[in-house]
Design a protein around this ligand. Structure first.
Ligand code: ZN
Length: 355
């Protein structure tokens, strides 16, 4: 059975007291995810858009997204993507909310009938998560383009001493990845519904996060192979969002039970375009590249024993980067074995003695 993508995004909300603000960018983003993912493996031909595209014959507009429709579509996708090789992807673009006195600030997603300060009119994220957990093997990915997506970091608890059937334990066993519209390590929960002016015509109608994400989906990456891994995707999106200099939040990726080298989606860049590893020049370039645990080649770094020593020393201060730090130490020992000066330089700096 095939991989499946469920894409949820509408711009229409119920009128009346507590009505949510409508943003055209929600729907525009959903339409573009549907268009692009339908061209890329493994989701080609296996996307469900909610609400569905309007028929060209001009049938009446749908009556808005409700929890039933969303959950039925997710359930159906879980059934279809049941094989171990299948990926299950859920994309949500819209309002997100969390109330600090409700279920440990659980994130809630806006449906057509949702209203401010009425949590019962929203879809709790745990409903989607619970349904996705029915897929026992293979990859589960969420793209959460909404406010409070950074709160998804802490939801479900930690895997240590979690009950066997808890989300945390299942995450650890099967793996879940969540792309978030705001920095998962950050405190500010606000995503921007408005588009980024620096993007092309097509992308700037989307939200700032989806605009950048969709740009990477559509253009691919010259630093990745045939497929973009989760880490390739995150790195491109995060780099772009930083470099674009618009003052919008920068998104991120939450990984549970997975490494970031897991393949995600086909790279749009044609296979005959030459690939090149990104240029890394400053200490900061290297630290940024290696801090997330990605196994970038470090041979060019070892050409400069002083820089390699400084980078390793810094990486040892970042828990997620310990594996890369120890890799540099190991490869440095090998590389400098026949050159006592380089060996001494490296370890003098690496041990913090140069400070
Ligand atoms: Zn931007």
């Amino acid at each position: 059975m095939p991989s499946q993508a469920v894409i949820i995004g509408d711009s229409v909300f119920r009128d009346g007291p507590g009505a949510l603000q409508a943003h055209d960018s929600f729907r525009a983003s959903a339409l573009l995810y549907d268009e692009l993912l339908n061209k890329l493996d493994p989701f080609k031909g296996n996307c469900t858009l909610i609400p569905a595209r309007e028929e060209p014959s001009g049938t009446a507009r749908s009556t808005g997204v409700d929890a039933d429709t969303v959950m039925d579509a997710v359930s159906e996708a879980v059934k279809k993507a049941s094989a171990r090789d299948d990926t299950l992807l859920v994309v949500y673009i819209g309002h997100g909310m969390a109330w600090d006195n409700l279920n440990n600030s659980e994130v809630h997603l806006a449906m057509y009938g949702s209203r401010e300060e009425r949590p019962w009119s929203w879809l709790p994220y745990s409903s989607i998560r619970r349904e996705m957990m029915r897929k026992q093997g293979g990859l589960r990915i969420v793209i959460a383009d909404c406010c409070y997506s950074n709160f998804l970091h802490r939801q479900g608890g930690t895997a240590d001493d979690a009950p066997e059937n808890s989300f945390a334990a299942l995450d650890k066993a099967n793996g879940t990845a969540v792309f978030t519209a705001v920095d998962p390590e950050g405190r500010d929960p606000k995503a921007w519904p408005k588009g980024c002016d620096r993007l092309s015509e097509r992308m700037k109608d989307c939200t700032h996060f989806s605009g950048h994400f969709l740009k990477v989906l559509s253009e691919g990456s010259s630093t990745a192979g045939e497929k973009l891994s989760l880490g390739d995707m995150r790195d491109r999106v995060v780099d772009e969002m930083y470099q674009c200099q618009a003052p919008h939040p920068v998104g991120g990726l939450i990984l549970r039970g997975l490494g970031d080298s897991v393949p995600f989606v086909q790279n749009s860049l044609p296979a005959d375009v030459p690939r090149q590893p990104p240029a890394r020049i400053t200490d900061e370039d290297w630290i940024t590249a290696l801090r997330t645990g990605r196994r970038w080649p470090i041979k060019p770094l070892l050409d400069k024993p002083d820089q390699a020593g400084r980078v390793s020393l810094s990486l040892w201060t970042i828990p997620e980067a310990h594996e890369n730090a120890s890799r540099i130490d190991r490869e440095a020992n090998d590389a400098y074995r026949s050159d006592p000066r380089k060996y001494a330089t490296y370890w003098y700096i690496r041990d913090g003695l140069a400070a």
